[in-house]
Write a protein that binds this ligand. Sequence first.
Ligand SMILES: [Zn+2]
Length: 229
Amino acid sequence: MSLADVTANLRAPVETATDNKPIVKVHAVEWAKIMAGEPVEINPSIGHGYKVMSVKEWAARWKPNEAYPECLVCGSHNTKEHHFTQTWCRGKKKWESETLCLDCHSFTKRSYCDPDFKTPEDFEKERWQSMREEFWDTEPHYGGDRVIWDALRAAAEADLRTAKLILQSAGIVVAAPDMTTYYDERGRMYVLPKYVLSLPTNILRTSSIMGSRKSANAVELPQLTASAL
Ligand SMILES: [Zn+2]
């Protein structure tokens, strides 16, 4: 992330906090040793073994935080950043930074999160959820029995065992091994898109719910679609 990305278009306040030790545990352990004058491991890229280091020496390879150089304890700009993480999802950002003040040895933590930031996983889940809602809201208007549609929805949103019971008690026959095609007792067909059955990663697992117990009979059923009735 460039400096501009970190500071541009902030839509919420940058949260700040200060501490006398780093937040990350392994860093805090090492920091305690530095403070106690005990040897710490030399960075493998420049040597090996252990060494007693000054704070300045320990932080020699860290870079300054150009966007937020100020130590929030003493106001010094003589700081180094040793921890920075960021996540972007569809233009929304979230980041976290921690700087060490070389003058007062305090740590300043800053974090930022767009108000509507979502992880890629959350974003996908919500997208699929809204596609499902839309399907259940519109599809029954094109045909079929409302009671059957309600049962199909309840089954699609239930655990496997419950789904099976719901379908059985409504007299619904599963006509495709992938769980997308059903018939009611009057021979009307109902087709469900896979996305209403489960999230994409679960589709394969869910498709084995009821196997194809009655799928052999399906071909004998009248080939009527719900929308044809
Ligand atoms: Zn300071």
